[in-house]
Design a protein around this ligand. Structure first.
Ligand code: NAD
Ligand code: UDP
Length: 317
């Protein structure tokens, strides 16, 4: 299979390229480096089956001779942190363009070559959820003009467009709703909770808790997520599928786990004003569908996943 991965130089995109290469695909990686980095793909540069194209997916996408069999659209800023230059709140137009025009152009490629298409969607389409845990049947609770709407609404539009291409043009589409995922190659400075906390603990500084730390998340290790996504690509499932780890914890618990692992005596500092507008209070995936249709469930617990993640941050700080 020849597969186009947009957002290939990002955290998830680069791990996805690794998996596809391992499975024998010919991979075309595409990225404009707005939040990703060439280092994430450096190890693939000289491999025969890998090609990189520097390109903004919001513009028309040209595919090298030979076409593609699959398109996996991962290009989008992904961090909600307004305190980071890489947070989507600070890249609002680029984020909406990647979700809207980027999805349109990627679907156009899939249509031109009769390729299958997989959209990287997100738990953010559920907004600040009023149903808990979140099954795929939940329509969500999103403020269409809130700070996070540039991301949430772009992804909701992307899902609608994907289904429109499926229903109207008969494109063989898939949608994965990704819940919080962490691992090596996350940007140290994109402001998400796991990289922020690891960086702070490594420096012996207090971990910054936004709000009172009672908000919950469920963290999935990247290898588990990529396994679920690869199974979805090979499946015939056209409905959205949640992929994430249902092990829910408060942000304060996450911080304490990281401090304990890294023996950081500095503990935490509570910053009530730093919590972004619309920051969901609770989040946990209902993974019944993934279990049924993909026979998938996560296998790596938080402490094991953090142990696998730490060396990257130790080497790249
Ligand atoms: P990331 O920022 O590390 O990767 C995104 C990549 O997309 C970057 O390399 C960036 O340069 C590239 N990109 C952005 N806009 C582009 C454009 N217009 N043209 C070309 N490239 C562009 O983030 P990530 O965590 O790897 O997220 C990847 C995808 O997964 C995103 O679509 C995100 O919405 C989705 N997602 C991630 C998570 C998570 O927990 N990591 C959760 C939900 C959804
Ligand atoms: N958070 C925090 N301190 C940080 C970074 C994030 O308390 O230094 C909180 C953030 O407010 C949110 C949660 O951790 O409630 C998860 O944030 P993240 O940016 O990882 O992603 P989100 O799940 O909000 O998309």
């Amino acid at each position: 299979m020849r597969t186009l991965v947009t957002g290939a130089a990002g955290f998830l995109g680069s791990h996805l390229c690794d998996r596809l290469m391992k499975e024998g695909h010919e991979v075309i990686g595409m990225d404009n480096f707005i939040t990703g980095r060439p280092e994430n793909l450096a190890h693939l540069e000289n491999q025969d089956r890998f090609t990189f194209i520097r390109h903004d997916v919001s513009d028309f996408i040209d595919i090298p001779e030979g076409g593609v069999d699959a398109v996996m659209h991962f290009a989008s800023p992904a961090s909600p942190n307004p305190n980071s230059p890489f947070g989507y709140v600070n890249l609002p137009i680029q984020t909406m363009k990647a979700g809207a025009l980027g999805t349109l152009n990627s679907l156009g490629v899939a249509r031109a070559y009769s390729a299958r298409f997989l959209l990287a969607s997100t738990s953010e389409i559920y907004g600040d959820p009023q149903v808990h845990p979140q099954p795929e049947s939940y329509w969500g609770h999103v403020n269409p003009i809130g700070e996070r709407s540039v991301y949430d609404e772009a992804k909701r539009f992307a899902e609608a467009l994907t289904l429109a291409y499926h229903r109207y043009h008969g494109i063989d589409t898939r949608i994965v709703r990704i819940f919080n995922t962490y691992g090596p190659r996350m940007r140290q400075d994109d402001g998400r909770a796991v990289p922020n906390f690891i960086q702070q603990a490594l420096a012996g500084k207090p971990l910054t808790i936004f709000g009172d730390g009672s908000q919950t998340r469920s963290f999935c290790y990247v290898d588990d997520l990529i396994e679920g996504i690869y199974r979805l690509l090979l499946s015939d499932e056209h409905r959205p599928v949640n992929i994430g780890n249902p092990d829910e914890m408060t942000i304060l618990e996450l911080a304490k786990t990281i401090n304990k692992l890294l023996k950081n005596p500095a503990e935490v500092v509570v910053m009530p004003d730093k919590r972004g507008e619309g920051d969901p209070q609770r989040r946990r995936p209902d993974i019944t569908r993934a279990q049924k249709v993909l026979s998938w469930k996560p296998t790596i617990g938080l402490e094991e996943g953090l142990q696998k993640t730490l060396p990257y941050f130790q080497e790249n700080t």
